[in-house]
Design a protein around this ligand. Structure first.
Ligand code: NAD
Length: 495
């Protein structure tokens, strides 16, 4: 008797600009996820044994293939997210650069390094190295479906792990493309696998016995993921949302600041975790700055055609959030200097700039994730810092100031800050990326991002038998007294 396998249930991925179905993908159940993790387990052994050089060669091969077919990948991003093709290219370019950095720098960052063994253990040679964790589960969002998950995927692979990836249900086709292109470059073992579906599939990945979950998405889902991972003490990295502020000082380059505020807030239709959502401007330059922002914003046009500056809202439920934030801000005395209550359409949101919005309004406190900005006037930069920091989020930020940029950047409660530009930190592969508070914890990118996917292994090697051996029952009272004397000499001095 032959058993007929039930066809897996599927879901459709839609073009948010037209509603057209652009792909159909399986809804993987817990047992499918478990099977993928088991396959990954043996692939991980092979991948780890390749060593840094073997992995780097394969990652470079993959990077080359992605680069040569970037326009094709950008097409998939364009139809699944609705973002302009050129913006899709931009995130792919950044992801390629990060992959190259991770592959090249993994040996230096994670390979064996000597540590000083100290006076008490002077007879020991001390080394540390970062060994692969094993299998890493990556759960990704839809807003930058290449760049964002690749911040975990490329770094986890470079560190020697296999990856099981669950993309957002809005961008499964982009996930499929990435995994298929990797399998062409590295056909030997399923080192990088895809599972698709909704939240339940992601939750199953948390419970499937992976060695770490790297999550990027909303803070609310991040909390659910931590709770699921707590059941098995699976470590997590959480890259969640933000409510980033841009500060404009009295001496700032106002043209640069206005351009940065509009691009930082409205590009990708505001659907950027490190989007500028709030602007605090010194009172001396406030009117001039607002006028510049208004002029630039009026030229930004949503659409799906080649000339459009921003696309539709990818996730339809977000339209209600954006509408609520705008209407609430206006009801509480805010004014729209561009756009307004009727900015939110069925698929698109017209760029909207709000002023005089009370600090306790949702538009100032909650992540809007739409093409909107609030601009507030401040007495001085101390007030700007205080207001910027009065948020449960703390992801990125930006400061425009000629004299005080570094000082203000340091004082912002955020993981990353750009001075006199916006979002630039994402383009520097050697810099860590991550937040504080409800924006999450842990870091992707840079050496810190590589170390997230390695386990520190400490090794001591005895070079000769020490005159004062401490780890023996043969230790004498004389040795104890000598050690006590030594430690007093070293650390007991009154200052
Ligand atoms: P989301 O939290 O709705 O979903 C993210 C992923 O989690 C999806 O793949 C989803 O299927 C999965 N998921 C949902 N419920 C789950 C559960 N219970 N268990 C496991 N997985 C589950 O987020 P989104 O709408 O896709 O993305 C937008 C959010 O992501 C915004 O808040 C944005 O700021 C944030 N984001 C953060 C960064 C960063 O690096 N900090 C980058 C991009 C986006």
């Amino acid at each position: 008797m032959t058993t007929v396998q039930a066809k897996p249930e599927t879901f459709d991925s839609l073009n948010p600009a037209t509603g057209e179905v652009v792909g159909s993908h399986p809804i993987h159940r817990a047992e499918d996820v478990q099977a993928a993790v088991e396959r990954a387990r043996s692939a991980a052994e092979w991948w780890a044994e390749l060593g840094f050089a073997g992995r780097a060669e394969r990652l470079q091969r993959w990077k080359g293939a992605v680069t040569r077919r970037a326009a094709q990948l950008a097409d998939v991003v364009h139809v699944e997210t609705g973002k302009p093709h050129a913006d899709a290219m931009l995130e792919i370019i950044l992801a390629i650069d990060h992959t190259a950095w991770a592959a090249k720098n993994a040996p230096k960052v994670l390979g064996p390094s000597r540590r000083s063994s100290g006076l008490l253990m002077a007879n020991q040679a001390a080394t540390v190295e970062y060994q692969p964790l094993g299998v890493v589960g990556v759960i990704g969002p839809w807003n930058y479906p290449v760049f964002t998950p690749m911040g975990s995927i490329a770094y986890a692979l470079a560190a020697g792990n296999a990856v099981v990836y669950k993309p957002s249900e809005y961008t499964p086709g982009v996930g499929r493309w990435l995994v298929d292109s990797f399998a062409e470059a590295v056909p030997e073992h399923p080192v990088f696998q895809l599972i698709t579906g909704f939240g339940d599939t992601g939750a199953a990945l948390c419970r499937a016995g992976v060695d770490k979950i790297a999550f990027t998405g909303s803070a609310g889902t991040g909390k659910k993921i931590m709770a699921a991972c707590a059941e098995t003490l699976t470590p997590v990295l959480i890259e969640a949302g933000g409510k980033d502020a841009l500060l404009v000082d009295a001496d700032a380059d106002l043209d640069g600041a206005a351009e940065a505020a509009v691009w930082g807030g409205i590009s990708n239709a505001g659907q950027t975790c490190v989007a500028i959502e709030r602007v605090y401007v010194h009172e001396n330059v406030y009117d001039e700055f607002v006028a510049k922002v208004v002029a630039i914003t009026r030229g930004v046009r949503p659409g799906f055609d080649d000339e459009a500056n921003i696309g539709p809202i990818t996730m339809p439920s977000q339209l209600d959030v954006i509408r609520r934030h705008i209407t609430d801000a206006l009801a509480r005395g805010g004014r729209a200097v561009v756009g307004g209550a009727d900015s939110v359409g069925e698929r698109y949101v017209q760029p909207t700039v709000l002023v005089d919005v009370p600090e306790d309004a949702e538009a100032v406190r909650e992540e809007t994730f739409g093409p909107t900005l609030t601009i507030a006037k401040v007495r001085d930069m101390d007030e700007a810092v205080e207001k910027a920091n009065d948020s449960k989020y703390g992801l990125g930020g930006s400061v425009f100031s000629r004299a005080r940029g570094m000082e203000l950047a340091r004082r912002l409660r955020a993981g990353m800050v750009s001075i006199n530009s916006v979002i630039s930190f994402t383009g520097v592969p050697s810099l860590p990326f991550g937040g504080v508070g409800d924006s999450g914890f842990g870091r992707i990118h840079g050496p810190e991002g590589l170390r997230e996917f390695g386990r520190a292994k400490a090794i001591t090697r005895q070079r000769f038998r020490a005159p004062l051996t401490l780890t023996t029952f043969a230790r004498t009272k004389k040795v104890d007294a000598q050690v006590a004397k030594l430690i007093t000499l070293l650390h007991g001095k009154r200052r």
